[in-house]
Write a protein that binds this ligand. Structure first.
Ligand code: ZN
Length: 149
């Protein structure tokens, strides 16, 4: 998973802690990072989720450290791969990501089934949100159909 930096160097995937307004700390944020000029940018796929999380944290006046992977399913899958992935080998990060996202979706669908059986609408909503976070890398309709059944 790579991207070209404005300085011409390839940027690579990394995770870092970002601090907002000196009070909100979010760790394990996936970024593209340039080793040459130290430029970095948050992965476009998770940026809307990060902005939403920030707004929530600000509204709740919460302070301290939040682990992004604990509140975002896609980041959690990425972080798990990143920790164990052999950068030189195959499959590629993208290949692994797609495969792991599908596995996670199947798992969440099972949990969703339980929530539905128990008629727990709060829980169902929570699972739907997590499923939506994963949808960036997999076919959306594939599981939406299953939820609405
Ligand atoms: Zn650069």
């Amino acid at each position: 998973m790579r991207k070209l930096c404005h300085c011409g160097q390839m940027m690579s995937l990394d995770f870092r802690v970002l601090i907002f307004e000196g009070v909100i700390e979010i760790d394990r944020v996936p970024v593209f990072e340039c080793k040459l000029c130290d430029h970095y940018e948050v992965l476009p796929a998770v940026k809307p989720d990060l902005i939403e999380l920030l707004a929530e944290l600000k509204a709740s006046q919460e302070q301290g450290l939040v682990l992004f992977n604990e509140v975002n399913e896609l980041v959690d899958v990425m972080f798990a791969i990143y920790r164990t992935w052999d950068q030189t080998g195959s499959p590629t990060f993208e290949g692994l990501l797609e495969q792991k996202c599908k596995e996670r979706i199947n798992l969440l669908l099972d949990v969703y089934g339980c929530a539905k059986e128990m008629d727990d609408s709060g829980w169902m909503e929570e699972i739907s949100k997590r499923l939506a976070q994963l949808s960036v890398y997999v076919n959306h309709n594939q599981y939406l159909g299953q939820i609405n059944n």
